[in-house]
Structure formats: structure tokens, C-alpha cells
Design a binder for this molecule. Structure first.
Ligand SMILES: [Zn+2]
Ligand SMILES: [Zn+2]
Length: 257
């Protein structure tokens, strides 16, 4: 346990960044930047207001990935095409695995405490790009608690690129809805840009009868490459020189509950 904490400090400290939960600075759903005095970013605000489509209120990113940084490159490189044995030695893959191992060890039980009911199961969001074989995200997700029952979600065929970030539960198919009925299901996603992909998966589960859905995201991507807003600039100033630590709970942004 302390070995894991130390390894995380050494290998992730300078690269990953704990998401912040600061009212009117970061979105109270996705931890992205918000223009003061708003509580939520525009996308989380509008997605939560779609009456026919229920979404997850609890979104838990493990790190920020600011565009152009190593953390952001990791989010692509971990899933580059390569033989499985080589992937296990890939530094990007190893860093994401450490993030998930740290979460499983130190904070997975915090999800049980803050929710109305303990976590019963999990699903990994499938790619809408039609990738074949086991997705590296599914391999990483094996690090999550073994008592979370694994359920399967499939991608609908032929979703156009232009719609992949929309909030549309019909993008996913749940072959066995009994597996989620009445449970608290964790949706596992690698990167959050707008949240449309993960929230569509959450909506599929909620419409199928899941009682509660939490979304676990490896990285909340922060764009700074175009039209950088004053909010993003101020968030980046806050983020400078912070060292990633397993001591900060990704669910509360501070101490564990
Ligand atoms: Zn948001
Ligand atoms: Zn915690």
C-alpha cells in the first residue's frame, strides 16, 4: 500500500494533476473550467436538462490532461496498436494503470460512501470507431475492484463521426439489462472532452433500469490549443507546480469522506 503510494508519487507526481473541485472555478460535475459565477460548464448544464435522457450526476476524473502535455499524450499512446506484451512495458500504459490501481486501492470504497447504494457493477465504454479485439481500456479496467460485477455494453454500428460526442443513448446496446437492474453501475471511460460519449453510455444504463450510475474517467482533457479562455488560463495557473498525490480524493477534491 505505501509502496504503491510512493511509486505513484515518483512516477506520476510531475506528470498527472489531481482534478480540482472549486465552486465557480471548476464544473461541479466534470471538473472542467467554468466561467464564474456558474456551477457547471455549459455542456454539463445542458446535458442535465434533457428531460428524456437521464445522465450521471457523479463524474470522477482521476487526472487532468492539458493538451500538449505528457498526460495528454499518454491518453493516445496507451492505445496505439502494439502487441499485448509490448503494451505492458509502454510507459503511457503503465502510468494509466498506476492511476487506476491507486484509485482502486485508496478511493474505490469512497464511491460506496457518497452514493445511495454501494457499487454493484461496472461497464467499460466501447469505442464507437469500430475497433476490433480487446480495447486497451478494458485491459486497464481489470485493475478495478473484483467485486464490481463486469457487464457488457456494445457500440451501435455506423454512428457517424459527427455524432459521436452527442448525448444519444441509442449509440450503445446493453445485451443483458438484468445485469444492471437496480444496481449502482460505474461507467469507465478513458478521456472526457465533452462527456457526450460517457453520458450516452450512462443514459443507456439508467434507461435500462440501473438505479445509480457514476462515471469514472481517467483524464479530464483541458483544451488550450484554440481560443483559450480567461477561465482556462486561470485554471492552468492554479495547476502549475502541483504534484499528483493519491492523498487527494478524486470524488471530493479533498479529503476522503
Ligand atoms: Zn462539466
Ligand atoms: Zn477517497
Amino acid at each position: 500500500m505505501s509502496d504503491l503510494r510512493e511509486m505513484i508519487r515518483e512516477r506520476l507526481g510531475a506528470i498527472m494533476t489531481n482534478p480540482l473541485r472549486i465552486p465557480n472555478v471548476t464544473c461541479d460535475v466534470c471538473t472542467g473550467p467554468v466561467p464564474s459565477p456558474y456551477a457547471r460548464c455549459y455542456r454539463c448544464h445542458t446535458d442535465a436538462r434533457r428531460e428524456a435522457v437521464p445522465v450521471a450526476r457523479r463524474v470522477v476524473p482521476l487526472t487532468y490532461a492539458v493538451v500538449g502535455t505528457q498526460a495528454d499524450r499518454d491518453m493516445y499512446r496507451y492505445k496505439d496498436l502494439m502487441p499485448a506484451a509490448q503494451r505492458l512495458r509502454n510507459p503511457s500504459y503503465q502510468r494509466l494503470l498506476l492511476l487506476l490501481l491507486g484509485f482502486a486501492d485508496a478511493h474505490a470504497s469512497c464511491l460506496d460512501v457518497v452514493a445511495l447504494r454501494p457499487v454493484t457493477g461496472m461497464i467499460v465504454v466501447p469505442s464507437l470507431r469500430g475497433r476490433t479485439g480487446t480495447h486497451p481500456l478494458a485491459t486497464l479496467a481489470a485493475a478495478l475492484p473484483s467485486h464490481w460485477a463486469r457487464a457488457e455494453l456494445r457500440a451501435a454500428l455506423g454512428v457517424p463521426e459527427s455524432q459521436r460526442r452527442d448525448l444519444r443513448p441509442e449509440h450503445f446496446i446493453l445485451p443483458d439489462s438484468a445485469a444492471v437492474l437496480g444496481g449502482h453501475i460505474v461507467v469507465i471511460e478513458d478521456a472526457w472532452v465533452t462527456g457526450g460519449h460517457a453520458q450516452s453510455a450512462a443514459a443507456t444504463l439508467l434507461l435500462a433500469g440501473a438505479a445509480e450510475v457514476s462515471i469514472l474517467v481517467i483524464a479530464r482533457r483541458i483544451r488550450t490549443d484554440f481560443q483559450r479562455s480567461p477561465v482556462e488560463a486561470s485554471l492552468q495557473r492554479i495547476l502549475t507546480d502541483r504534484e499528483y498525490s493519491l492523498d487527494i480524493c478524486p470524488i471530493t477534491g479533498g479529503d476522503c469522506v
